[in-house]
Design a protein around this ligand. Sequence first.
Ligand code: SF4
Ligand code: SF4
Length: 267
Amino acid sequence: MKTFVINLEKCNGCYACQLACKDETVGNQWLPYSEPQPKTGHFWLKMTEKVHGQVPKVRVEYRPEMCRHCEEAPCMEAAPEAVYCRPDGLVIVDPEKARGQRQLVDACPYGAIWWNDELEVPQKCTGCAHLVDEGKLPHCVDACPTDALLFGEEEELAAMVAQDQGAFAIDGTKPRVHYVNPFGLFISGEVWDPEADLIIEGATVTLEGPDGAVQTAATDGFGDFWFRHLDEGTYRMSIEADGFQGVQKTIELTESVNIGDFPLQKA
Ligand code: SF4
Ligand code: SF4
């Protein structure tokens, strides 16, 4: 069985995968797997962006979204005569048998099926089944310059697949597209000395998480500190530096946050 792994830590948001998908399918008929993707309105692979934090401490999270080639596919349940799973695990909406079945668009809980008005057919990522048949990689995977997109046999990618914590999986679908190293949330800030009007480098910032786990960070040459890959919850933070009075703060984390400047008073 084939599987996709999307390593979010490696994705730099270059959009090469989205363009490669368009390049492969717009104006190209790949029967028996797909009619051409329309020039506009469809994104069989769609990049999503989420901005985390507040200026000046901002990071953008990029995530390629596409059909998850579900093992338990709601689209297949909705139209078993028109949607099938190949022996290699790729889920195909048969363009002939699915003609006129607009309800399939709503059958996909991931929003991965698009309606082609002109041809009156529901369409989606085929995993570039026509290329896979020739022993090639899906075009998006081939085009990714950072190896953020991987495609191969489940056994070959087992170690990566095992890292999938199900962050973007919907219960009861068993996706074959695995997202690993999700961005998570961050807490950042800056520590400075108001008397000298200078940042403090090397201050120790300690963060206790909702599960009691403790991590520490040292402020860098800009006085900045970062804690990444956090979950939602209540965090207790303390900041200490030699010769200064320490400070404590409690943070209810629901979104990534730049908690701003921390002035430390001389001890
Ligand atoms: S992601 Fe949607 S279209 Fe793809 S297999 Fe699952 S239910 Fe079907
Ligand atoms: S091609 Fe690779 S690095 Fe570029 S946006 Fe797509 S997944 Fe990310």
